[in-house]
Design a binder for this molecule. Structure first.
Ligand code: GLU
Length: 381
């Protein structure tokens, strides 16, 4: 794979940059902060902010930091023990950040988020506005999941997805995942000596099979979650870099256009409301569509999904819910807010829109998903 340098040139223009820091970077072990890394991170934030860039940090590490202060009960992986560890670790984590930022003359702010905060559009907009005010004032927002109040099953679970959602919400110019790995490889380099480094991923490159390996016991992400988050971000028209956080001046180098880490090149940017569709909500079901309908969605930017192209409905959803649109192989093609419930879609699937009134017994929208509420995502062009 070649690395076209003009792709890197684009990221040198990035003004608003989201940096996600993994547990394995910010801690050295249970209860221990990696002071060298934090000092280096904050020093780079300072230099980049002097160049007129705005930076925002999504940080993990609260649970691992807090876990050392709790006595082991044999169920330390249980949710409530993790939540208790986060309650101990989060203030300690923030204290380290605030102190390190203050040493550089910077002010930090803590924002703790749950999935619900990002799924309700009104709350989402408040979060976005608050972050915008902080950034405009030169404050560095330090974000983590609000682990202590997150309900199992609806947690972000790992901060890779949280970082993607925040990046899309702010329409940031770049997301950087700082990891303990130099980027994406064809296999897990810790286990496979033949693993090859991938410098650039273009939209549509098939890479999910490279996602071997978890992040390790203390972190919850791993490469698979990073690739899912990367897909979301590039679908929103925002590039992403995965790089080794321990590499000297890694952020400075990325923003200077130097070839560090793996660059995920963005697709064309959708309008802002669609960013929310692509990232914040969990789909309640899926609609399988035929090849013709897939082509129409992919080729004609801005086409709506009509009942005639739908071949199968899965899940139980109401009008207004987010659903995935998948091709005949089950690969995601798009996401959108449906105009009909799952039962209604099942009744009208395969029919022309002028038959909707006869089938449902009332007048309805011609489209199952209107183009304004639909975002083309997924692999393949
Ligand atoms: N929110 C968790 C923490 O701060 C981290 C989740 C993750 O590993 O991504 O400990």
């Amino acid at each position: 794979m070649t690395e076209p340098t003009d792709l890197r040139d684009q990221i040198t223009q990035a003004q608003l940059v989201v940096v996600k820091v993994g547990t394995r970077l910010i801690t050295r072990g249970p209860g221990q902060l990696n002071q060298d890394f934090l000092a280096s991170l904050v020093g780079q934030i300072k230099r980049l902010s002097q160049d007129g860039r705005q930076l925002l940090v999504i940080t993990s590490g609260a649970i691992h930091l807090g876990s050392a202060s709790l006595s082991r009960r044999g169920d330390e992986d249980g949710l409530s023990v993790r939540q208790a560890a986060a309650a101990v670790g989060q203030p300690a984590l923030m204290q380290h950040y605030i102190t390190a930022l203050a040493a550089e003359g910077l002010v930090g702010a803590q924002i703790l988020l749950t999935t619900e905060d990002m799924q309700q559009r009104s709350r989402y907009l408040h979060v976005r506005n608050t972050l915008q005010v902080l950034l405009a004032q030169g404050v560095v927002p330090i974000i983590n999941e609000n682990d202590t109040v997150s309900v199992e099953g609806v947690t972000f679970g790992e901060n890779d997805r949280l970082a993607a959602v925040v990046t899309a919400a702010l329409r940031a110019d770049l997301l950087v995942f700082l990891s303990d790995q130099p980027g994406l490889f064809t296999a897990d380099p810790r286990q496979d000596a033949a693993a090859e480094f991938i410098p650039v991923v273009m939209p549509g490159d098939q890479i999910s099979h490279y996602a071997d390996g978890t992040g390790g016991a203390e972190s919850r992400g791993g490469m698979e979650k990073k690739l899912e988050a990367a897909q979301m971000v590039v679908d929103c028209g925002i590039p992403l870099v995965i790089a080794d956080g321990e590499q000297e001046d890694v952020l400075i180098q990325i923003l200077a256009g130097i070839e560090v880490g793996t660059l995920f090149v963005a697709r064309g940017a959708p309008p802002s409301r669609k960013l929310w569709l692509a990232t914040a909500l969990e789909p309640s079901g899926s609609l399988m569509i035929d090849e013709g309908a897939c082509q129409a969605l992919r080729d004609r930017d801005g086409s709506s999904l009509l009942p005639v192209g739908i071949v199968e409905v899965q899940g139980d959803f109401q009008a207004g819910d987010l659903v995935q649109v998948v091709d005949p192989r089950g690969e995601e093609v798009a996401r959108g807010l449906v105009n009909y419930s799952s039962e209604q879609v099942a009744a009208i699937q395969g029919h022309h829109s002028d038959e909707i009134e006869r089938i449902l017994g009332h007048v309805g929208d011609d489209e199952v998903i209107h183009r304004d509420n639909l975002i083309v995502t997924g692999h393949g062009e």
